[in-house]
Design a protein around this ligand. Structure first.
Ligand code: EPU
Length: 382
């Protein structure tokens, strides 16, 4: 089914709640609709939108906004240890995370509560708490506008990086993703190392001991026909049918939801597009200069949060924005979120694109002046 609406109000379709319109809004519910569309007759340009959760509309959009509302789910492969599921591009990503956790399948639990749809997860390589979508995507189906055919794309060819892929660069506008296949594990694969996860689990009364690192190496009895006998006699403990892994993907999902609810604004309550800026990656020399500035500000013992990325250093943009005193700063109806300054919110509910962009520029200029780093927005400006 193809739904078309001209002069369409996009305010309920973007999580920033910008009150803008597009010349034409088109929604398709089946793959065949994409082949049936008369692409040349559509107002140009054509942009594809998922949940509208990573976009800032800066003005009315003169072209066509296309929403792929294909929502099927289908198991494509199953082995003793894994299952692969193909999900329509329009499936809400967190519905998939919730379903996988409830089924006891491992993979997307750390990505819980990220707003948006499955199609966008493969474009943006969404990520949180030490996991990225690329870690679990094993196939992509798309409509190729250049050839008018449907194609399978291997994720290895997608040029995945931190919040980016070829869909955002050299392939922009070419492929319309219709389904994404995710690989889910039946055996425990807990990823607990990102700051705060273990604590959130403990706060929920879940024991997180070193046992877990070891336990995660053991196959579940049901997933391994020869597991117990193979393992016994090699210094591994016997696994009996009632040997249970101490954590479930649901436990981790619940802990991640706790962390996110404490730090991030709920999109149903206040408009935002999640992290507004990317975390910059800089040289060690540059980082040493930042440390020196931070110690002048905060005392000689102060330690700057950072992560090693190869021979470079990733510095949290949230920390720099915080150090520049921007927590809670306002510009018209826009505000730097008080709990997580990486997020800009539509605090008044009626903030204009100019309010948001004005605040964005103030933040960029302040961080540039203090640390010599030009923050790059993560949110796509349209
Ligand atoms: N920090 C401060 N002050 C604050 C908040 C944070 O100094 O008020 C510092 C802390 O040192 C903290 C560090 O910033 O340890 C990092 O904060 P956090 O763990 O919240 O992560 P982030 O780097 O700010 C990234 C993603 C988030 C994702 C979290 C968790 C980007 C651009 N953002 O934020 O993604 O949820 O990690 O994995 O990489 C999103 O994309 O919309 C999003 C929310």
């Amino acid at each position: 089914m193809i739904i078309r609406q001209t002069d369409f109000d996009l305010s309920s379709r973007n999580t920033f709640r910008m009150q803008v319109k597009c010349a034409l809004f088109v929604e398709v519910t089946e793959e065949a609709d994409l082949a049936a569309l008369d692409w040349n007759a559509l107002p140009q340009p054509v942009m594809v939108m998922g949940g509208g959760s990573n976009l800032l509309f800066t003005k009315d959009f003169p072209g066509t906004v296309l929403h792929v509302a294909i929502c099927h789910s289908e198991r494509s492969e199953e082995s003793l240890s894994e299952e692969s599921w193909a999900l329509g591009a329009g499936v809400v990503f967190d519905d998939f995370c919730a379903w996988a956790a409830a089924e006891g399948l491992w993979g997307p639990e750390n990505l819980s509560l990220i707003p948006g749809e499955c199609g966008a997860s493969a474009v943006q390589n969404i990520g949180a708490y030490g996991v990225e979508a690329k870690d679990i995507i094993c196939g992509i189906r798309a409509y190729d506008r250049e050839t008018g055919t449907f194609v399978h794309i291997d994720p290895a060819d997608c040029g995945y990086g931190y919040r980016t892929s070829k869909f955002k660069t050299e392939w922009k506008g070419r492929y319309i993703i219709t389904a994404v296949t995710y690989r889910l594990s039946k055996t425990p694969q807990p990823k607990l190392d990102y700051g705060g996860i273990r604590k959130a689990l403990e706060d929920r009364g879940k024991a997180v001991s070193s046992e877990i690192a070891f336990a995660s190496l053991r196959p579940l009895p049901s997933a391994s026909p020869t597991g117990p006998s193979l393992l016994s006699g090699r210094g591994w403990p016997e696994i009996s049918e009632d040997t249970a892994f101490p954590l479930s993907p649901q436990d981790i999902r619940d802990a991640i939801i706790d962390i996110r609810r404490k730090k991030l604004p709920a999109v149903e309550e206040v408009g935002s597009a999640g992290s507004f800026f990317c975390n910059p990656v800089i040289s060690r020399e540059h980082f040493a200069r930042i440390e020196a500035t931070a110690r002048e500000d905060n005392g000689p013992e102060y330690s700057v949060p950072h992560f090693e990325v190869g021979d470079q250093i990733k510095v949290p943009a949230a920390w720099m924005i915080d150090q520049c005193g921007f927590k809670g700063a306002r510009n018209g109806g826009a505000q730097v979120f008080h709990n997580q300054p990486l997020v800009i919110v539509n605090a008044s509910g009626t903030a204009s694109p100019a309010d948001i962009i004005g605040l964005e520029n103030q933040v960029i200029r302040a961080v540039e002046a203090k640390y010599g780093i030009t923050l790059r927005p993560e949110v796509e400006h349209v």
